[in-house]
Design a protein around this ligand. Sequence first.
Ligand SMILES: [Mn+2]
Length: 319
Amino acid sequence: MKSELIAVSEANDFIKAHDNFVIISHANPDGDTLGCAFALCRALQKLGKKAKNICADEISHRYDFMKKSVEVQDFEPQTYITVDVADVKLLGDLEKIYGGKIDLAIDHHISHVDFAKYLLIEPHAAAAAQTVYKVILELGGGELFDDQIAACLYTGISTDSGCFKYSCADPETHRIAAELLEYNFDHSELDYVFFDLKTKSRIELEKKIYDSIEFFCDGKCALVSVTKEQLDSIDPEDVNGISAIPRCIEGVEVSVVMKQRSNGSWKASLRSNRDVNVQKICSAFGGGGHERAAGCSFGSAGLDEAKQRIISEIGKVLG
Ligand SMILES: [Mn+2]
């Protein structure tokens, strides 16, 4: 299904004309999809609309402050919006129930695969939260913003931009974050919780990851792998952001994190430090993402075969 591309003002006309909203986050939710969902839900509730958030997977306790920002409302759902969802498959177990019903998708993934009736997309944005910021700004002329909405959107922007360190954090990213910082929330505490704080099991996983680092392409590619046994033994939250580990090694241009799924198959998350377009590399295997961050899967291939295939594709670019 081809989505009709719309601008912020049209998305707002759509929202104003509808009610009883279900806002859906992607499975394995992160700060951006949740920050967008809770900020938008609170804004809609403040407008007098009925709204609720749903997600296929459990939401970590780190997001409790977001959950507290919305009222739990009971109503007959009528309008379905996804936030930060690049592909209907990423709805996880909710795909079969809501997959064909999505009215509006708000996203920022260049690899977005159409599934909604209307699509509001800003592929240059560091986070979907930047677009949701604009939607809320236009919906309420600035009146809808408050400390809670600001904290949710700030978390989305900060987590998706690696705490403003990734190249996608452009002047607009900083300007929107600066506007949000005018509200009263502890951004330093949020950044500590989302970037510095680690559980003991996370540290144990990191020890194993450091032990598994392999180098290819004259040291320009670093690869680490994590088995399903290692993943099973820890909280899924503790696995987020492990791509940052090989990517900060001097001389590494492309980093690869191989993760084994519960069915035994392998997937790769690629990160690029400079010029290499990893989205292009992953698309050779039917994957997608962004220029500097992308992923793909290898079907039934074992670890050695999957590694060989991805390294050979990376080798074509890195030489
Ligand atoms: Mn995002």
